[in-house]
Design a protein around this ligand. Structure first.
Ligand SMILES: Cc1cc2nc3c(=O)[nH]c(=O)nc-3n(C[C@H](O)[C@H](O)[C@H](O)COP(=O)(O)OP(=O)(O)OC[C@H]3O[C@@H](n4cnc5c(N)ncnc54)[C@H](O)[C@@H]3O)c2cc1C
Length: 383
């Protein structure tokens, strides 16, 4: 396959090019393993999700990647202002956190740099997508497709870092794992440049604002563009929301603070927003004999927590250690890992309930009613 050497039979295969898979690959290389890394080329477009929690720093240090944050295209987080549960804006300063401030990333640059670090550490990404996988006699048979050719490899263990697609977990379910969902949150995401010659210096604070059908997030990138996301449920989206500019503009006009900020600083919307899935889903268990899910494949959270990348780093590193431990004869390694993922899910569900529960002005609307009594439903994975 293009771009890689790909050993015929690997101890551990890692699937995905995201933060979880790349962190896992770096961790494995540092432990002396030579993983088979099935890693499609990164897309060149903007990736939503730029706020890196300060809790990620120790994990970046563990894999020798903390230096990646020093580039000028990333910046330190400053204050967060939120109109959440009240008409008034309340401030939380990132600078006074015990862990220090978080980082506002240029997400595409960060992911490219992490991939380059993995390659510099000895990784050989196979630039292809996993198309089929099955397990027999303790070995995974893995089929990959780079768009032109199909190749086959085998591995004793698979780490699934394929994000919400959870391509390996889809094969494991329904016999060995189940996926659950507790909301269907989606995001309309836009990157807005400032008008040329605009006189206003935009604020570097992050802004959150609730509305009857969801909530808004606005954050200035180091390159001067504004990330503007509207979070809602799919059935509450206006028609044509991703086809024309108008529906997003109309939604924005219903805010008190975000619209004023966008207008006063002269940010302009040039294209309709992208629609992405942002719901809360998880696997239980997140690991079993010969496999473990990492990152969003294991547990994907409503981005309110701004911890998705941190969880991806944590589970990539710890999932890699569990995989190596299990192959080395540690029979508890995978169970311990899966239990920690399950604990993280429970902690997230508790804190999500507290945050959404602190907004009671819109109790009568579908979006907020669903968050007051969220259902947990089993879900089929379409791998
Ligand atoms: C709108 C939005 C805003 C967010 N904001 C934040 C934020 O501010 N801060 C934060 O920390 N988190 C945020 N998140 C969450 C964060 O982006 C994710 O938790 C994180 O990207 C998970 O990383 P991952 O590596 O598990 O998965 P992904 O980043 O989804 O990567 C999955 C990888 O798998 C690959 N893949 C898929 N299928 C296959 C296949 N068949 N074969 C091979 N490879 C495959 C993909 O190409 C991709 O490279 C946000 C998420 C959304 C949707």
């Amino acid at each position: 396959m293009s771009g890689g050497r790909g050993p015929a039979v690997a101890d551990i295969a890692v699937v995905g090019s995201g933060i979880a898979a790349t962190a896992a690959v770096i961790r494995l290389l540092r432990q002396g393993h030579d993983p088979l890394w099935i890693a499609p080329e990164l897309v060149a477009e903007d990736i939503p999700g730029e706020h890196l929690s300060p809790a990620a720093r120790p994990m970046l240090e563990e894999i020798g990647a903390s230096g990646l944050l020093a580039k000028a295209c990333h910046r330190a987080e400053q204050s967060v202002f939120s109109a959440w549960g009240s008409d008034r804006l309340a401030e939380r300063s990132g600078i006074v956190h015990l862990e220090g401030p978080g980082t506002v990333l240029d997400r595409s640059v960060f992911e490219r740099d992490l991939r380059a670090l993995a390659i510099a550490s000895g990784a050989w990404p196979v630039a292809a997508r996993l198309t089929d996988v099955s397990r027999e006699d303790g070995y995974w048979d893995i089929e990959v497709d780079d768009g032109a050719r199909i190749g086959r490899s085998a591995a004793r263990f698979i780490l699934d870092g394929s994000g919400r697609a959870a391509v390996v977990a889809g094969v494991q379910a329904p016999d060995h794992a189940a996926r659950f969902r507790s909301d269907r949150l989606v995001a309309l995401c836009a990157f807005l440049p400032q008008e040329q010659g605009a006189a206003v210096v935009p604020t570097r604070a992050t802004l959150l604002e609730t509305v009857p059908d969801g909530w808004w997030y606005a954050c200035l990138l180091a390159d001067g563009r504004l990330v503007l996301n509207f979070y809602t449920d799919p059935d509450l989206l206006p028609r044509e929301a991703t086809r024309t500019l108008e529906p997003f503009r109309a939604l924005l006009a219903d805010t008190s603070y975000v619209a004023r900020w966008v207008e006063e600083a002269g940010f302009r919307q040039e294209a309709p927003p992208n629609l992405v899935s942002a719901g809360t889903t998880w696997l239980a268990p997140a690991a079993g004999e010969g496999w473990a899910a990492i990152g969003d494949a294991a547990a994907a959270f409503d981005p309110l927590s701004s911890h998705g990348m941190t969880t991806a780093l944590w589970s990539g590193i710890r999932g890699a250690e569990a995989a190596a431990g299990s192959l080395g004869g540690d029979s508890a390694a995978l169970t311990v890992y899966a239990e920690k993922v399950a604990q993280g899910v429970q902690q997230f569900l508790d804190s999500r309930a507290a945050v959404y529960g602190s907004e009671r002005r819109f109790d009568g609307t579908a979006f907020w009613k669903r968050r007051l009594a969220p259902e947990i439903v089993p879900e089929k994975i379409h791998a």
